[in-house]
Design a protein around this ligand. Sequence first.
Ligand code: GSH
Length: 217
Amino acid sequence: MSLKLFFAPGACSFVPHSMLELAGVPFEPVMVKLHKGEQRSAEYLAMNPRGQVPVLVDDGEVITQIVAILLHLDAKFPQAGILPASGLARTRALSTLVWMNNTVHPTFTHVFMPQKFTDDDAAQKAIRSFAVTSYRGLLAEIEAMAAKASPWMCGDRPSALDAYALTLLRWGGITAIDPTAQVATWALAQRFAALPAVARVIERERLQLNLFQPAAA
Ligand SMILES: N[C@@H](CCC(=O)N[C@@H](CS)C(=O)NCC(=O)O)C(=O)O
């Protein structure tokens, strides 16, 4: 069995990256430098024509999309607790995971890369500013979920939801949303980051949890 994960530091690939480390299975992490455009190299596009991370390569089979990658890993390593095993707990966790991936994450894309949505400079500014407000509201929804975590989002085991919550909260810092003000999510993220397996990922990606910079006046 050979597993390779293409990841970029601080990107959404942190979610499968931390799940692979938590699973304790051998895998090869391959860093992709998005700021250098490595995701658009001919070699990378031959593997993933969408030019994005994460990509999981399992025995030569290329798998893209976070939710698909996580479900694939969960089926392969059920002991890892990537999602609750069954029942309503699993359904609810999937519902939150998919919402994080298809709503919260793309809202941040509008903040971080408004150029993907229009080439008009003024419209980009408007998109960004509207998306920051939406993103704030979405982080407040995550905060309400984190406040009920006991101790993790899915109960007694850390899961993909904790990893995604950390990632989304961390990104908020870039948009002048102070992560420490989201008290429950911040505590959850710190607890998750302190798990030895996750600490290895944070070290490999050289991540700083708190990226907060106040908005310019
Ligand atoms: N829907 C995709 C989203 C992946 C995604 O947005 N990846 C970003 C990093 S967080 C990326 O690779 N961006 C590089 C680019 O678009 O150039 C998934 O779930 O995997």
